[in-house]
Write a protein that binds this ligand. Structure first.
Ligand code: AMP
Ligand code: GLY
Length: 444
């Protein structure tokens, strides 16, 4: 068992010292903050809005990530050198551009580039135009036309996706005609995802193992991070509703070196070149949600940012200084920066509030954490917590991501689950089978 260790002593007295503001407030942002805290170049860490766990490592400010004017004002008041914009919505709204106009160095793509996540119609058309492998699809602006198409195809399951952002819930896998018709009507007529559903993509259902690959890119060079596997369903055995993610492991054993090479040539580089050709050069972290189908790897989705909870198992494996990478991305010198990853594996298990992703209670006291909100043998990335009177309380659907590294995946999983046994809150729920599919892949 190899627990994660963090160096919280922030250096001072050098010229290249940096104040960094991280925008966002979940487990992903906690992992980013803790990785930045390891950098000897980072002198001060701020986060907006942050959460109870992040507040132990960064000064938190009560400004929402989507309050673009509020974030700009805060960055100016704090006189930070860098702003790291982690969530999708402020990026799609153009926060990175506004901050760059204000003179800040920013980690995160422009609004023009963030559309790769902000519009599924855009991303599907991009892939079609540039020959990037993805599921066959059609776009609709009228419910009756979408339904007529689905009935004519008469192939189930079929996949129905809202065009815009929908908190990761805008994808419906319909098992039959009735479910498909309901999905179309709920998105287009009942507007369950608001304006995000005014256009729809109807897509071919693909099969195969899923892999998440995050890459750093400066618009020219692609530096892939260690691969990972998400577990999106709420319950063991991939049962229950889709969630934001109930756990992750890295690396993903399905993602062999041969497949990685194929993805670089047929997906990663073509995507970066396509975005540049469209005058939407992408700088930041681009997330490829891939499916390894019998006909080769295909793109399920792009995200314009770090994944959550993928980040929680990817950044702990990164040895290179994250601030050096941010600089190389912004200066377009990524090709010159050697990047190092730890050997071994990492596992993150999410502790959620009972009822999530449906309705759940908040404000439950969390016991077992130390004063920093951590555990002795694991890193705890807080997703939804607040701290009051020296105690931690639940404040969200996903509450904690208990994370451990190990020389092997079984060791990382054992360490994460052992640590999970030390935390408690009322109606706490976590999956007991995180990593089992990955282990099965290794044996086959
Ligand atoms: P997304 O919100 O785009 O990540 O989609 C959520 C989940 O739906 C994915 O992780 C896949 O498991 C599934 N999914 C999305 N598109 C397809 C597809 N074309 N075929 C099969 N499954 C899909
Ligand atoms: N874990 C999937 C996402 O961040 O969208």
């Amino acid at each position: 068992m190899r627990p994660l260790t963090y160096h919280h002593t922030l250096a001072s007295g050098k010229d290249d010292l940096m104040k960094v503001l991280v925008v966002g407030g979940g487990g992903r942002e906690h992992a980013i903050v803790m990785k930045l805290a390891e950098s000897p170049k980072v002198t001060a860490l701020h986060c907006a809005p942050g959460n109870g766990g992040i507040a132990q490592y960064a000064q938190c400010h009560a400004v929402k990530a989507t309050d673009l004017d509020g974030i700009r004002k805060l960055a100016k008041e704090l006189a930070v050198d860098w702003v790291f914009v982690a969530p999708d919505d402020p990026l799609v709204m153009g926060l990175a551009d506004l901050l760059r106009e204000d003179g800040f160095r920013v980690f995160g793509p422009s609004k023009a580039a963030a559309i790769i996540e902000g519009s599924k119609v855009f991303s599907k058309q991009l892939m079609q135009q540039y020959g990037i492998p993805t599921a066959a699809y059609a776009v609709f602006t009228e419910p009756d036309a979408a339904i007529a198409y689905i009935q004519k195809q008469n192939t189930y399951p079929t996949v129905i996706k809202a065009d815009g952002l929908a908190l990761g819930k805008g994808v419906i896998l319909a098992e039959n005609e009735q479910e498909a018709v309901e999905a179309v009507r709920s998105m287009m007529e009942d507007k369950i995802f608001g304006e995000s559903g005014s256009r729809l993509v109807v897509e071919e259902f693909l099969t195969g193992p899923e892999v998440s690959v995050l890459v750093f890119t400066d618009g020219v060079t692609v530096a892939p991070m260690i691969s990972s596997m998400d577990h999106k369903r709420a319950l063991d055995g991939d049962q229950g509703k889709n969630t934001g993610g109930m756990g992750t492991v890295s690396p993903n054993p399905y993602y062999t070196e041969e497949i990685a090479k194929e993805c670089m040539e047929t997906i990663f580089l073509p995507t970066i070149r396509a975005m540049a050709a469209e005058n939407r050069s992408f700088r930041g972290c681009l997330y490829f949600g891939l499916m390894l189908t019998p006909n080769g790897p295909k793109v399920i989705e792009y995200n314009c940012r770090f994944g959550d909870p993928e980040t929680q198992v990817v950044l702990p494996m990164l040895e290179t200084d994250l601030l050096d990478i941010m600089e190389a991305v912004e200066n377009q010198t990524l090709a010159e920066l050697p990047m190092q990853w730890k050997a071994g594996a990492c596992a993150c298990v999410i502790a959620a509030s009972g009822g999530y992703p449906g309705s759940y209670a908040s404000g439950k006291e969390i016991t077992g954490l130390n004063a920093k909100g951590q555990l002795n043998n694991a890193a705890v990335y807080h997703a939804g917590t607040k701290r009051e009177d020296g105690k931690f309380y639940t404040a969200g659907g996903r509450v904690l991501g208990v994370t451990a590294t190990g020389d092997t995946l079984p060791q990382a999983l054992d360490a994460a689950y052992a640590a999970m046994g030390d935390v408690q809150f009322e109606a706490m729920h976590y999956r007991k089978d995180i990593g089992q599919r990955a282990l099965a892949a290794k044996q086959s």
